[in-house]
Design a protein around this ligand. Structure first.
Ligand SMILES: Nc1ncnc2c1ncn2[C@@H]1O[C@H](COP(=O)(O)OP(=O)(O)OP(=O)(O)O)[C@@H](O)[C@H]1O
Ligand SMILES: [Mg+2]
Length: 246
C-alpha cells in the first residue's frame, strides 16, 4: 500500500496517477486507487467520475444512527460493507475509491473504526493500493493511512517542500508502521537544478521526475494520465517506483 504525500501543488496527484498507470499494466494485478484529497483530483487524473465517497456513506450512516434507524452492529457492518463495495468504480483491473471531505468533528469513533476496518478489508482484495494524499501532515493521522507500507514523499526543488516532507516523515514515523519511504523530486527543470538541492540525510532519495509538457498539458486539457503517450516523466516515475519496491 503506497501513500503519496507532500506539500500542496508539488505533483502528488500526477505522480499517484502515473504510478497507477504503471501498476495496472500487469493485467494479472488488481490495483485500488484511493483519492484521499477532498478535492478529488485523482479521479480526474484517472478520467474517473467519482460519485459516492466514503464520507457520503459515513454521513448517511450517522444520520440513520441519530434517527435510531441504523439497526444493530451486525446490520451496520454489513450495510457499510455493501455500500463501500458499491462505491468502488471498477475499470478492468483498476478500482477507484474517493474518501471525500475530512471527517466531521464529533463522537463518531465507532463509525470511524468500523469504516477503517472495512477500508482495510476492501484494500486487502487488491495487489496494490495507491493513495493520493491531501497536502500537509494531517493526512497521516487519518484512517486510510494506517496500513500504508510504502510512503512516497514528493517535493519540488524548493527548501519549503523539502521541509514539509521531512515533517511528514517524522509524523508518519510515529503513527504508521510503514516499511519504506522515499523522496521524489518532481518538476526538475534540468540536471543542474538537482545539484543545488541538499537532500536531507533522513530521507531516502528515489529519483527525480523532469518537468514534462506532456503532464502539464494533460492537466490543462483535462485529460486522463492513463491516456497519455509514453513520456520522460512517466519513465522517471517508473524508475522511482522500482527503487521504492526494491
Ligand atoms: N513533472 C511534471 N511536469 C510538468 N507539470 C507537472 C509535473 N508534475 C505536476 N505537474 C503539474 O503541476 C500541477 C500540480 O500537480 P498536481 O495536481 O499533481 O499536484 P498536487 O500535489 O496533487 O496538488 P494539490 O496539493 O493541489 O493536490 C498540475 O498542473 C500538474 O499538471
Ligand atoms: Mg492533488
Amino acid at each position: 500500500m503506497i501513500a503519496v504525500c507532500g506539500k500542496g501543488g508539488v505533483g502528488k496527484t500526477s505522480i499517484s496517477a502515473a504510478m497507477v498507470r504503471i501498476l495496472i499494466r500487469d493485467r494479472t494485478k488488481k490495483v485500488l486507487a484511493i483519492d484521499a484529497d477532498p478535492a478529488v483530483g485523482l479521479a480526474s487524473a484517472l478520467g474517473i467520475d467519482a460519485k459516492k465517497t466514503v464520507d457520503d456513506i459515513r454521513n448517511s450512516l450517522i444520520q440513520r444512527l441519530e434517527q435510531g434507524e441504523a439497526g444493530d452492529r451486525q446490520t451496520v457492518v454489513s450495510r457499510l460493507d455493501y455500500e463501500l463495495f458499491e462505491a468502488l468504480i471498477e475499470r478492468e483491473n483498476l478500482a477507484f475509491l474517493a474518501i471525500g471531505r475530512p471527517e466531521k468533528e464529533g463522537c463518531y469513533c465507532q463509525v470511524n473504526h468500523i469504516l477503517k476496518d472495512i477500508i482495510a478489508t476492501v484494500a486487502g482484495h487488491f495487489d496494490y493500493v495507491v493513495i493520493d494524499g491531501e497536502a500537509g501532515i494531517e493526512q497521516v493521522n487519518r484512517r486510510v493511512m494506517e496500513k500504508v507500507s510504502h510512503l512516497v514523499l514528493v517535493a519540488d526543488s524548493s527548501a519549503k517542500a523539502l521541509r514539509v516532507v521531512q515533517t511528514i516523515q517524522h509524523v508518519a514515523h510515529q503513527v504508521i508502521n510503514y516499511r519504506k519511504s522515499g523522496l521524489v523530486i518532481n518538476r526538475c527543470q534540468s540536471g543542474g537544478e538537482l545539484e543545488d538541492i541538499v537532500i536531507p540525510q533522513t530521507l531516502q532519495y528515489l529519483g527525480f521526475v523532469p518537468e514534462d509538457d506532456v503532464i502539464r498539458i494533460c492537466d490543462i486539457e483535462g485529460r486522463s494520465i492513463l491516456d497519455l503517450p509514453e513520456c520522460a516523466a512517466l519513465d522517471a516515475v517508473e524508475n522511482c517506483l522500482l527503487t521504492l519496491m526494491d
